[in-house]
Design a protein around this ligand. Structure first.
Ligand code: HEM
Length: 372
């Protein structure tokens, strides 16, 4: 690849050959990604732009030279596809070498909140018409996605990580790994890299061709009571254990002050006085953000539950779990790391099965932000 004066990258035949070899032998999704990163060499361009751009060029060249069999053509061997999936999810490796893991790890270097953003993205994807990557679809003149829904707008993040992983995978394993699977794997990796538990992500989801702005607007809100949250989870087939364990995700990441401002002058649910005054000084402007878990803000641990016991839960929806008779016992149970990690992994698997598209349903998007 060389850079022209207009700053556009071109692929050399050599890279094309290496990429093709890599794909046909399913050596590793990472090798192509690394080659692209290495050859791009430029720090002036954002990480996600270059691989995406390069990915299209590689794919286009494949099509031109006719060397690349499409997913459903006989030339595409099943074992190759399987190996591609394994390489992506890190299932058969030591988990460090997987494409997604490297991308999340890179993102964490510049944004300590990256893993939290990806975990939240998974929740917002799965709760709205199932785990189908509908949350990733961009608005167009004729299509309304979910990104402008109140719980997502100026709030949900991590899209660039998913887009960049997808671009790399389209080179090494074209039309094989869905955006919905990438989101699920990235969420797991965000948890693991923050010191949380690991689990084997189930894969094989396909991507939607639709989105639901109205369902996204109905995602659980920061002022909801425990009873409201229980009902919303029950409607998805998730029980109280799932609700309290998954809420433990608020052990890392941040929230905007405007979402809990009312709590600074209310004692229902209760708030520790010292915690309140810390928040009052951190929340100078409504757009300021503070750590959801002020004890260990970037670690995935049981501190969230200990915070709730001490009335240091940030959102009403968090603190109410410690006051409600339906959930307070579980809050106490999950202060044990083994109890929390064990239930959290089970509940993540359940969350990841909601409304999945399989077989001929949906599609595997080429680009996560738009329908093929
Ligand atoms: C059960 C009801 C839930 C409610 C009411 C809720 C609400 C919220 C709110 C209001 C924020 C702050 C958003 C902002 O300031 O822009 C947030 C952040 C977050 N939520 Fe939840 N959430 C819930 C469940 C979950 C679940 C099930 C997960 C994942 C399994 C999750 C993961 C996260 C994470 C990791 C963050 C921090 C994201 C970041 O730093 O960008 N939440 N949540």
């Amino acid at each position: 690849m060389r850079k022209s004066e207009s700053n556009v990258c071109y692929l050399t035949d050599q890279l094309l050959k290496r990429a093709t070899f890599s794909c046909l032998t399913a050596v590793s999704a990472c090798s192509v990604e690394l080659q692209l990163r290495g050859l791009s060499g430029s720090k002036t361009r954002s990480e996600e732009t270059l691989p995406l751009h390069a990915a299209h060029q590689v794919n286009e060249l494949y099509l031109q030279v006719g060397q690349f069999p499409l997913k459903d053509e006989p030339g595409w061997r099943n074992d190759t596809r399987r190996q591609c999936r394994a390489s992506v999810s890190g299932r058969h490796s030591d988990h460090n070498g997987s494409t997604v893991r490297s991308a999340v790890s890179n993102a964490l270097q510049s944004d300590p909140r990256a893993g939290a953003k990806l975990l939240r993205m998974f929740f917002h994807d799965c709760f709205v018409q199932g785990c189908d990557a509908s949350v990733l679809l961009d608005d167009t003149a004729t299509f309304r996605g979910e990104k402008t829904a109140a719980p997502n707008a100026n709030s949900l993040g991590g899209f660039n990580v998913i887009n960049s992983v997808k671009a790399s995978l389209e080179i090494a394993c074209p039309r094989t790994v869905s955006c919905a699977d990438i989101v699920a794997i990235a969420a797991r990796d965000g948890v693991v890299l923050a010191g949380g538990p690991t689990w084997e992500v189930e894969v094989g989801r396909r991507d939607s061709t639709t989105a639901s702005l109205s369902e996204a607007n109905n995602l659980p809100g920061p002022s909801w009571t425990a009873a409201q949250q229980i009902r919303a989870f029950q409607a998805k087939g998730l029980n109280t254990n799932d609700l309290v364990a998954l809420s433990g995700a608020h052990t890392f990441g941040k929230a905007s002050c405007n979402l809990f401002q009312n709590r600074l002058s209310s004692s229902d649910p209760p708030m520790d006085a010292t915690f309140r005054s810390t928040l009052q000084s951190s929340c100078g402007t409504p757009s300021a953000t503070v750590d959801l878990d002020q004890g260990t803000p970037v670690t995935f641990d049981t501190q969230y539950y200990t915070n709730l016991q001490m009335n240091r839960g940030l959102l009403t929806s968090d603190q109410t779990l410690a006051s409600s008779s339906q959930t307070s016992r579980l809050v106490n149970t999950f202060t044990s790391q083994s109890a929390f990690f064990n239930q959290f992994t089970k509940s993540m698997l359940k969350l990841g099965r909601l409304g999945v598209l399989t077989g001929n349903q949906g599609q595997i998007r080429n680009i996560c932000g738009k329908v093929n």
